[in-house]
Write a protein that binds this ligand. Structure first.
Ligand code: FEO
Length: 392
């Protein structure tokens, strides 16, 4: 992709990564992603906002081929996918300074080994005048790292929001053209990295509502000409509201645990409760995390293997615990042969959840009629709890 003009003197100069299929060696990226960098030319100074993933340094450099002078490289976030090309950019533009907050400066020196004399720090709310283009720095820490900053370009009403409002989506144009698709990709991104930080993101949203934002230019995915939809979505995601949904991450070895899952799913469905089941042997981890964004209840289902929970279920429990979703209730079900510590192991891995435990159902081998009746009772209890909490 070539540089793309956003407004007079403002250009997208990033890189689209159509073929990337995994982030953090964990989360599938079915639609690739992009690393957005922006060039802002004032009458006196020129600033580059962020760089790109090191794997795409060549693309950024090609996009900057006609740019003779860069005075500032604003660094919103020290993570490699945005700052990995920074050393190459500073080498090409020896007079350019990296501009960031104090925490980010530490990271750039620690993680990228940048020399201190190439970095200028700014304060929250500070302005940088490029000549007819005024950058206002808005600290937005803990969207998942502690140093993240956004920039508001006053004259053009553009919010450069870094990871916030981003989506893992490759795109041929510049702007969102399919709101539903982008919102889903953004939800995936929010779920994977930002969900644990809902309280701080809630505060950022409140603060940002005081800015006259015409366009949101995130660091991943297309730009938003109309910020309202994506901001409203984030407001819902960070709220305490949950949906009448039960998610069931499960593993099964000989089909007995799956029989329990099927019984539970059917029983919940008949009660008007939405069910999302994830067979962890082949589930998309991103879809699981997306379902966690507003699900009310999780039921882990695991066979007993090697005396404990199935490793896939332990892995899912660990991830769910780390993401701190707003789950209200949890339960554990599973089939075993003769004993073991399956339920104890799952419980030990979800200690960080604030979800009320609705109990454990263990059966030996294939579930019998009375076992299935216990599953129906769990569905009945979940329905009652949801109603009691006003979850519809
Ligand atoms: Fe897109 Fe936190 O890096």
């Amino acid at each position: 992709m070539e540089p793309r003009k956003i407004t007079e003197g403002v250009f997208w100069v990033g890189a689209v990564d159509w073929d990337r299929r995994l982030f953090d060696s964990l989360i599938p990226l079915p639609d690739g992603t992009s690393y957005n960098a922006y060039l802002i030319k004032g009458t006196g100074k020129t600033a580059l906002l962020d760089t790109v993933d090191p794997a795409m340094t060549g693309v950024l450099m090609a996009n900057l081929a006609g740019v003779e002078k860069i005075d500032y490289v604003v660094v919103h976030h020290a993570e490699q996918d945005h700052s990995g090309s920074l050393p190459a950019v500073l080498e090409k533009y020896p007079l350019a300074k990296a501009v960031c907050n104090a925490k980010c400066k530490d990271f750039l020196m620690d993680l990228l080994h940048l020399p201190e004399d190439r970095i200028v720090t700014v304060a929250d709310g500070e302005l940088l005048d490029l000549g007819g283009k005024t950058l206002e720095f808005i600290f937005t820490p803990w969207v998942h790292w502690p140093e993240t900053t956004s920039t508001f370009l006053r004259e053009d009403g553009i919010l450069f929001s870094c990871d916030l409002f981003g989506s893992h989506l490759s795109f041929p144009g510049l702007y969102v053209d399919d709101e539903q698709k982008v919102c889903e990709a953004s939800k995936r991104y929010f779920a994977e990295v930002m969900m644990p930080f809902r309280p701080t993101i809630k505060k950022h949203l409140e603060r940002l509502s005081g800015f006259a934002i015409k366009t949101i230019a995130p660091s991943h995915g297309p730009l938003y000409k109309d910020p309202s939809c994506i901001m409203d979505s984030h407001r819902y995601w960070v709220s305490d509201k949950v949906s009448n949904t039960v998610i069931i991450p499960f593993a099964t070895m000989h089909g007995s645990t799956e029989m329990m899952v099927e019984r539970l799913a059917g029983s919940l469905y008949r009660r008007g409760i939405k069910v999302e089941r994830f067979n962890l042997a082949n589930a998309d981890t991103g879809r699981l995390t997306m379902a966690l964004v507003d699900a009310a209840t999780v039921v882990f289902a695991s066979p007993t293997v090697l005396g404990g929970a199935h490793p896939l279920v332990i892995s899912a429990a660990f991830l769910i615990n780390a993401l701190r979703p707003k789950l209200r209730y949890s339960a554990i079900i599973g089939s075993l042969g003769w004993g073991g510590k399956m339920a104890e192991q799952v419980s030990a891995n979800i200690g960080g959840l604030k979800a009320e435990s609705l109990g454990t159902i263990l059966v030996k081998g294939r579930p019998r009629q009375d076992d299935l009746a216990k599953i129906d009772s769990l569905a009945e209890l979940i329905e009652a709890k949801h109603k009691e909490s006003g979850i519809h």
